[in-house]
Ligand binder design. Structure first.
Ligand code: FAD
Length: 552
């Protein structure tokens, strides 16, 4: 080319490139844009045209310049490296020589459509090298427009993106493989980013989400995990396994249980601005295995063990009451007998044969009576020794309600259970507290089982009042007259008549409450039945003993 047309072509080419830089086609790579911008800087700097020519010659991008029929006029050395065609091979040939003939015609139509509108075009084509091997060419074509607005040439730039495509495809395939493996897993699995957004989930998780009616399962589990593991422990990038959390669907539906396991992993940020300044993000892979059925079976086993324990306690208590009642009954006549024996003893020795015989008979009766009382006292079942443990009264009441469900249903009693949302644990004797609450529940059920009682409602509420926990058990039975509200705590006092009750139930309640330094009182409640109000301090009986000893 002579210097003048070459200069003109450079100017026209720079116009084409500038237009391309002003509105780069969508998807045009950053590398290509940078190369073009660099070339433009040279032109703008007014550098001589041979320098511009040298820059194009030495560019790492395959560059070709064609006439308006795509007949090649010029190719740079990078073009030869990529395609295998030297300038001598290809100048004068059409660009279509590069086509592998597997690129759909629609792509070429799009390319030519853009060029005819004097617009640049960017896309990927399948090309064939001189040696017949195929490669993927990321191509940018742009029209070269002269001063009169006519297209005079086309500029083509392309690079081999086969390796990158293979890599992308590999990543995509691996992602698909992982996704399908995760998808067929029957376990709900979800991947969360550091803002707890769902990045990936599987079918089982999606099903769970629709079960939860709009609630995001991961959010529910994380809230629970934070409260089970403690906010400090959850989220510190340590894995956790089979942490059991519950989800209450509300509306009277049964609570569901899940065993959650989680693994954290760190991903390096792929954003350009973090190329030199590394940044990473944490992800949590969370799996939640539903264990509701297992928990239900475990609970049933626990409740039947509890039922057996309570039944055993009740049996021992009944025996205790019966024997205590026998001892109590025997002690009256026995005291009378001892008094007569004392009288006979005072007359003993004044020669009265009858008195002597009476005294010796009474002495024998007294001795065998003492022995009988001692035998009865020895037969009193001992109270089992129980350790002090951390007790959650809400859990105990829930257990007692579960154990009593059949009786409550049989008696047609409506239960209104109002647990305090957050109740602190207290140190107590778990079995005794459970037995005591079962006793109070049984009393209420008995009271409401009378024919005269139409509305049968049992309200149980717990609350926290400073350093005390309160429990209120209110029924809609006939209630307890005001003048009897203290008497009912006396041994062998019963309002139940001849029903086989020895009247020791509330004595037991009082005893357990005393063991926990609490209080118990009775009033008529809001519905005119009987309301038992209990308070139990949060400090353990052991701690109180130490404090009391220190005070002394
Ligand atoms: P063609 O008949 O060449 O073209 C297919 C369709 O394109 C036709 O239906 C027709 O409507 C349209 N078309 C073709 N030529 C023109 C024209 N001059 N004006 C208007 N419409 C036209 N192709 C590749 O496969 N690989 C490349 O690397 C490549 N680089 C190119 C670089 C430049 C600068 C240009 C201008 C084109 C390039 N092409 C490239 C496109 C190439 O010119 C062919 O269009 C393409 O290879 C298809 O060839 P073909 O013989 O199958 O069909």
């Amino acid at each position: 080319m002579s210097d003048q047309p070459e200069k003109r072509l450079v100017l026209d080419l720079s116009g084409a490139v500038r237009a391309l830089l002003d509105s780069p086609p969508e998807g045009m790579s950053d590398a290509a844009l940078a190369t073009l911008a660099q070339a433009m800087q040279m032109v703008d700097a007014g550098l001589p045209t041979h320098l511009y020519h040298a820059a194009v010659e030495q560019s790492q991008v395959a560059i070709s310049i064609t006439d308006t029929d795509a007949n090649i006029l010029y190719v740079n050395p990078a073009f030869t490296r990529v395609t295998g065609y030297s300038g001598a091979d290809i100048v004068g040939q059409n660009e279509s020589l590069l086509s592998d003939r597997t690129t759909p015609v629609a792509v070429y139509k799009e390319l030519w459509g853009a060029l005819l509108r004097q617009q640049p075009w960017n896309g990927v084509l399948v090309n064939r090298r001189k040696n017949g091997t195929r490669y993927l060419a990321e191509l940018i074509v742009a029209p070269v427009i002269d001063g009169e607005g006519r297209t005079t040439h086309y500029l083509g730039m392309h690079r081999d993106v086969t390796a990158m495509h293979r890599l992308e495809q590999d990543v995509r395939n691996k992602k698909r493989l992982i996704e399908s493996a995760v998808n067929v897993t029957p376990l709900p699995i979800v991947l969360l980013d550091s803002d707890q957004n769902v990045v990936l989930d599987n079918l089982a998780y999606k099903t769970l989400r629709s079960d939860m009616e709009g609630e995001e399962p991961a959010q529910v589990f994380i809230r629970k995990l934070e409260s089970v593991l403690g906010k400090g422990n959850y989220g510190d990038s340590r894995a956790f396994e089979d942490v059991e959390v519950d989800w209450d669907p509300g509306g009277g539906k049964p609570v569901r249980w899940f065993a959650c396991s989680g693994t954290w992993f760190r991903e390096c940020d792929s954003e350009v601005d973090t190329f030199f300044n590394k940044r990473s993000s944490d992800y949590l892979l969370l799996a939640a295995k539903e264990i509701t059925e297992l928990r239900r079976r475990q609970e049933e086993v626990r409740w039947s063990a509890m039922r057996a324990l309570i039944a055993e306690e009740e049996r021992a208590q009944t025996m205790r009451e019966t024997i205590a009642a026998a001892i109590y009954q025997l002690k009256g006549p026995f005291n009378l007998l001892n008094a007569i024996k004392g009288m006979a003893e005072r007359r003993h020795g004044d020669g009265n044969e009858f008195m002597n015989t009476l005294w010796s008979v009474l002495t024998q009766v007294s001795v065998s009576g003492q022995e009988a009382l001692a035998t009865l006292e020895a037969a009193l079942p001992r109270e089992s020794r129980e350790p002090l443990v951390a007790v959650n009264l809400n859990v105990i009441i829930r257990d007692v309600l579960a154990i009593s469900t059949e009786r409550l249903i049989a008696a047609g009693i409506l239960v209104d259970w109002r647990p305090a949302p957050k109740i602190p644990t207290l140190m107590g004797y778990e079995n005794r507290l459970r037995g005591m609450l079962k006793q109070l529940l049984d009393n209420s059920i008995d009271a409401m089982s009378g024919r005269a009682v139409r509305e049968r409602e049992l309200t149980i509420a717990t609350g926290v009042d400073g350093d005390h926990v309160s429990i209120a058990i209110e029924d809609t039975g006939p209630g307890i007259d005001e003048d009897l509200r203290l008497k009912v705590f006396e041994p062998f006092f019963t309002t139940k008549g001849a029903t086989g009750h020895a009247g020791m139930g509330l004595v037991l309640v009082q005893e357990v409450i005393n063991q926990h330094s609490g209080t118990v009182s009775i009033d008529s409640g809001e519905k005119g039945g009987c309301r038992m109000s209990l308070t139990i301090p949060l400090a353990s009986p052991g701690q109180r003993d130490v404090r009391q000893a220190l005070r002394r």
